[in-house]
Ligand binder design. Structure first.
Ligand code: COA
Length: 182
């Protein structure tokens, strides 16, 4: 799905452009994923596990643009990728087609400026346009900022899975399972 480009002003007055990344953005996208993965323990990957090549990432971004129901929305500040969010379908079966999963990440230097909220609005609007009936996500129980963001947009907690993440130091984290009816 193509996201129609839009520019908004953040809480600190900086301008931010939301648009679909395309194949030409692949290397920057990989650098972003690596950086954001290294900045937080709340995403699924360690930064050294971001091993896709730029070609593979370019194909992925193109497939997202061509998809009728899956989307990536990227946020650019001063022309640089600052945040990213996406909607994934479940397997293409009639019994699952009403559900979608979402993910979001913002570079740490831009936290607290409203970027997460702007992307959540765009994701919810896109999920409705794609005719999903519910959006689902998982969030590490210690991720207070994420939980605040999701509750603000009407996600409700319906369960908690222990031991969802197992870190390299042997510690583990539980995840809350959240859902928003669209
Ligand atoms: C979670 C995340 C997406 C939030 O993005 P953000 O741009 O900081 O979000 P916003 O600026 O829109 O803030 C969202 C809300 O969190 C609140 N918030 C800020 N700091 C907070 C804190 N320390 N604890 C709890 N809530 C906090 C804000 O007040 C805001 O609510 P408000 O608009 O009603 O004031 C971002 O921190 C992030 O990418 N984290 C790392 C990756 C991640 O955790 N992704 C989600 C995985 S499930």
């Amino acid at each position: 799905m193509l996201y129609k480009e839009k520019t908004i002003m953040l809480k600190n007055g900086q301008l931010c452009t939301l648009r679909s990344a395309d194949s030409g953005d692949a290397q920057e996208m990989l650098d972003f994923i690596r950086r954001v993965s290294g900045e937080t323990a709340f995403l699924t990957r360690y930064e050294d596990e971001v091993t896709m090549t730029a070609n593979v990432e370019a194909e992925f971004l193109t497939s997202r643009l061509l998809s009728t129901r899956e989307i990536m929305i990227s946020a650019y500040i001063d022309g640089k990728l600052a945040a990213n969010a996406g909607i994934d379908s479940l397997p293409p079966r009639d019994r699952l087609k009403h559900r979608a999963e979402m993910g979001i990440s913002v570079l740490r230097e831009f936290w607290g400026l409203g970027l997460g909220s702007v992307l959540m609005e765009a994701i919810i609007e896109s999920a409705k346009a794609a005719e999903y009936e519910q959006l689902e996500l998982e969030v590490v129980t210690e991720n207070e900022r994420g939980l605040t963001l999701y509750r603000k947009f009407g996600f409700e907690l319906y369960g908690t899975r222990e031991n969802t993440f197992k870190y390299r130091d042997g510690k583990s984290s539980a995840c809350h399972l959240m859902l928003k009816k669209l």
